[in-house]
Design a protein around this ligand. Structure first.
Ligand code: GLC
Length: 533
């Protein structure tokens, strides 16, 4: 990857670190910035290009850092600004980029802006947040629901109005229709950009603007009993309003004033709505996160369809991206099983578009079962027992087989699974067939073969559990053949006109094998083949 290349984020591979759970160095059972610095060589050894850090800013931690009380300060739990500067410098020195999480939709209720805002109705910051009178019956102003359970409106006794919170009542939403709010947040962005951070992943970006009239949301006719209660109503008026794209274009102008920065948007929306976040003439987010693989039914045909739909829907010139896991969704190894987790890795790293990896997925970490008394996640606490808890995908990185997995000297903030004794970085690095080595080989393969980065995506017709595609750049092409099922399958090579040599198998044991007429795939096997010219 060329240094200072404006488009580094297209060629690059992103790696998300959840700082609480990567490496503890100060013995409090919670990860910190010095810990990430300590493990930087490991991240580098994977071959990835950029690190995205979940929030490390000052926060009461009601939503583990997604409730910020100082946007330009580091929370002492994670260290100091000096620790941050040291990490940024070391990251850059090792040729990696550093992306921060920007949480502009809401602050903490402890943020001085909100403290001022709630202090009186005529405080200059009153309009920085969303205050409304109650309904005539005294209840909340409308029927909008919090994603973390209950009404999205909290009543403030002192000033006799409700404030809006799309998430916890300790996370009041900022009023993005107020130009002062916008400017204040752009200043925050500039603060970090000046330091040299390489961009932002913008939290719940599709939430920023709400309906100007606060109309009631319609009921969701497809609500399924047992799903989280906020899904009972649609979010027609509370999210994804047309004006949000003006805001995002403004944010983009802020990052574009600096060289080679990237704006990534967190967006959970249907495909046609998602595409709007690239903005008019691509003036929006460069990477509106594509979460399609997080919720798909894991079968060859559904994945093929997802890829096809996504490729077709992309606006002209828009760059694709793919995500397999994050700190809000169950771990991929548990969603698809350990065998398919390897196929998923090959898929992610051979698709067209920037891949984002979630820490620990490269060692096959599972969703960890959390006993009720160990629950930390406020979502699970508010809406217990239906499986919405996010702690299970946020457990400490498993570095070695010692008591606390090399993560900490003390019991960590979330439990470690017993399996860490076997499934840890030290063991998997030593096992040449491990998923960790598969990830490294896939990343190296992507780097070594330009078609995997810039090549077009061409689906190749296949049936049953087979997913087959070609990545082609000019005369250069590779073919990827994935077996999404447990049974062996024989593929006639002439049928898909691919080349002669297996470059990589997910089992890591067939490299260099020459193909003659038939490719025999084992169950749950994927291969990349060097195509005939
Ligand atoms: C985003 C974050 C999630 C957080 C929520 C509220 O979805 O990824 O972890 O709880 O926003 O900030």
């Amino acid at each position: 990857m060329a240094e200072n290349d404006e488009n580094w984020w297209r060629d690059g591979i992103f790696y998300q670190i959840y700082p609480r759970s990567f490496q503890d160095t100060d013995g409090d059972g919670v990860g910190d910035l010095a810990g990430i610095l300590k493990r930087l060589a490991y991240v580098k050894s994977l071959g990835v290009d950029a690190i995205w850090l979940s929030p490390v800013f000052r926060s009461p931690m009601a939503d583990f850092g997604y409730d910020i009380s100082d946007y330009t300060g580091i929370d002492p739990l994670f260290g100091t600004m000096e620790d941050f500067d040291a990490l940024l410098q070391a990251t850059h020195e090792s040729g990696l980029k550093l992306i921060l999480d920007l949480v502009p939709n809401h602050t903490s209720d402890q943020h001085p802006w909100f403290i001022a805002s709630r202090s009186s109705r005529d405080n200059p910051k009153r309009d920085w947040f969303i205050w409304r009178d109650g309904a005539p019956d005294g209840g909340p102003p409308n029927n909008w629901l919090s994603e973390f359970g209950g009404s999205a409106w909290a009543y403030d006794e002192a000033t006799g109005q409700y404030f809006y919170h799309a998430f916890l009542d300790r996370q009041p939403d900022l009023n993005w229709r107020n130009p002062e709010v916008r400017e204040a947040m752009y200043d925050v962005m500039r603060f970090w950009l000046e330091k040299g951070v390489d961009g932002f992943r913008v939290d719940v970006i599709w939430h920023l603007i709400k309906d100007a009239d606060f109309r009631d949301n319609p009921p969701n006719p497809h609500y399924v009993e047992g799903r989280p209660p906020h899904e009972k109503i649609l979010t027609q008026y509370s999210t994804d309003q047309a004006e949000v794209h003006d805001v995002i274009a403004e944010m983009r102008r802020v990052t574009d004033a600096y060289r080679a920065r990237v704006l990534i948007g967190e967006i959970y929306l249907p495909l046609h709505r998602l595409m709007a976040y690239y903005g008019n003439d691509l003036t929006g987010a460069q990477m509106p996160f594509n979460f399609a693989l997080l919720s798909t039914f894991w079968s060859a045909r559904s994945i093929e369809k997802i890829i096809e739909d996504y490729e077709k829907a992309l606006p002209r010139g828009a760059w694709p991206n793919w995500v397999l896991g994050n700190h809000d969704r169950p771990r991929v190894a548990s969603r698809v099983g350990p065998e398919q987790a390897r196929v998923a890795a090959m898929l992610l790293l051979t698709l067209r578009g920037t891949p984002t990896l979630y820490y620990g997925d490269e060692i096959g970490m599972n969703q960890v079962l959390i006993a009720p008394e160990d629950v930390q996640d406020p979502f699970e606490k508010n809406v217990p027992g239906i499986g919405v808890g996010r702690d299970g995908c946020r457990t400490p990185m498993q570095w070695d087989s010692s008591n606390f997995a090399g993560f900490s000297e003390v019991a960590p903030w979330l439990p470690l699974p017993e399996i860490h004794v076997h499934e840890n970085v030290v063991n998997l690095e030593a096992d040449k067939f491990s998923i960790l080595n598969l990830y490294k080989r896939l990343i190296a393969l992507r780097k070594a073969h330009r078609p995997l980065v810039v090549g077009d995506y061409h689906p190749i017709a296949a049936q049953g559990d087979l997913l087959v595609y070609r990545r082609q750049a000019g005369d250069d092409a590779l073919v990827v053949v994935l077996n999404l099922g447990p049974d062996p399958v024989a593929v006639t090579t002439s049928a898909i006109r691919f080349g002669s040599e297996i470059l990589l198998s997910t089992f890591l044991d067939r490299e260099g094998e020459e193909l003659e007429g038939v490719l025999d795939l084992r169950g749950n096997e994927g291969v990349v083949i060097g195509a005939a010219r």
